[in-house]
Unconditional design. Structure first.
Length: 175
């Protein structure tokens, strides 16, 4: 078993549809990031326990989801204190929620590889050590340099809005 395969699958559908395969979500993430116009929302927890959610640039690379955030953003400050988060996105035919721990990437080689992926989608990112810089970004990303975070996936849930319909929860081994 690879770390990308769910350890368990639970059918959440109440209309008789079969469980959705994880490969459906994974394959759309791989095909559509970073080129499709997708908005990912990262939900984190503030130090006082209140939730925080903001849009973020995200890419799926080598069976993992990566998001960016400047060091001064509420998202990055929350993740520094508590890496638990959820990330939501509406994909082609599938609404998806990913849950796990987002840890800051400290490897400059990974940053260089991800900068290349982001550039293929139109964001002119370059690696600066283990962070990214670019001449522009969404305001929610904060000023450069922007840290990269890798989501260690623990749970995902998908609801299909296109055939075949269904709703499924996938659990993953702790990373």
């Amino acid at each position: 078993m690879t770390d990308d395969e769910p350890t368990s699958t639970r059918n959440l559908d109440r209309y008789g549809n079969a469980p959705l395969p994880w490969s459906r979500a994974r394959d759309v993430l791989a095909a559509d990031t970073p080129t499709a116009d997708l908005t990912f929302f990262v939900a984190t927890v503030r130090p006082d326990g209140r939730p925080h959610s903001a849009g973020a640039g995200a890419v799926w690379v080598a069976n993992a989801l990566y998001v960016v955030g400047g060091p001064g953003t509420r998202r990055s400050r929350n993740l520094a204190g508590n890496p638990a988060c959820s990330i939501s996105v509406r994909l082609r035919g599938l609404d998806l929620i990913l849950e796990g721990d987002a840890r800051r990437v400290a490897d400059s080689g990974t940053a260089a590889r991800l900068a290349e992926v982001y550039r293929s989608g139109g964001w002119r990112a370059t690696a600066s050590g283990a962070a990214l810089t670019a001449p522009f970004s969404a305001p929610s990303a904060g000023p450069p340099p922007r840290h990269l975070y890798r989501l260690a996936l623990r749970r995902a849930a998908g609801v299909a809005s296109a055939e075949p319909h269904g709703a499924t929860c996938w659990e993953f081994a702790e990373a």
